[in-house]
Design a protein around this ligand. Sequence first.
Ligand code: FMN
Length: 204
Amino acid sequence: MTTLIGLSGSLRTGSFNTALLRAAAALAPDGVELRVETIAGIPLYDEDEEERAGLPAAVTRLKDAIAAADGLLLATPEYNNGIPGVFKNAIDWLSRPPADIKRVFGGKPVAVVGASPGPYGTILAQDAWLPVLRTLGTRPWFGGRLQVARAHTLFDDAGALTDDATRERLRRFVHGFAAFAAPAPAPGAARGEAAGGAPRGEGR
Ligand SMILES: Cc1cc2nc3c(=O)[nH]c(=O)nc-3n(C[C@H](O)[C@H](O)[C@H](O)COP(=O)(O)O)c2cc1C
């Protein structure tokens, strides 16, 4: 089983980015669970507050979920051609304390998608994530790109993705990223040894 965390950078009830992740979860291949998580409940970062009270429960929970997952899929809105403050704020909290960055983000397969009603589909926000992902020591996946432009024409009022072409692009993206993030098979598993499968040279 491959476990992916999908993290939306929007708090909006009708968020296109959250809707995109829900659609992605439904398109995940067999053996892959894409769990949609939220940044809701994460306060504004304040170093004084961290020293006084430590990490908020919402931050600790999300850190542990990411650390336990095989991959992280960020769905980023774009604000003023950059990363929305609430999303960057959440990742900044998740990077605390620095000694824990390796556990949570080190070598972690990460991919970025995004949706916007505008014509460029968050391309600048996606680019703006790259130095952040590098700083955290993640392993970004560059095998696909997904900028969902004119999002208001692609989702219905309930947030369901109604556009077949976008669904197919999303399906290919999720399948590609899931293959990249999949944990390495245990030694011998390919030959079916762990499962008591056919001996070497047979049943291939
Ligand atoms: C402060 C602000 C700045 C924005 N700047 C951009 C922008 O630079 N590019 C863009 O494509 N959309 C921009 N938008 C529109 C957002 O893409 C749109 O609100 C989108 O629905 C946000 O994502 P969500 O649906 O997941 O909440 C901006 C919206 C806000 C509130």
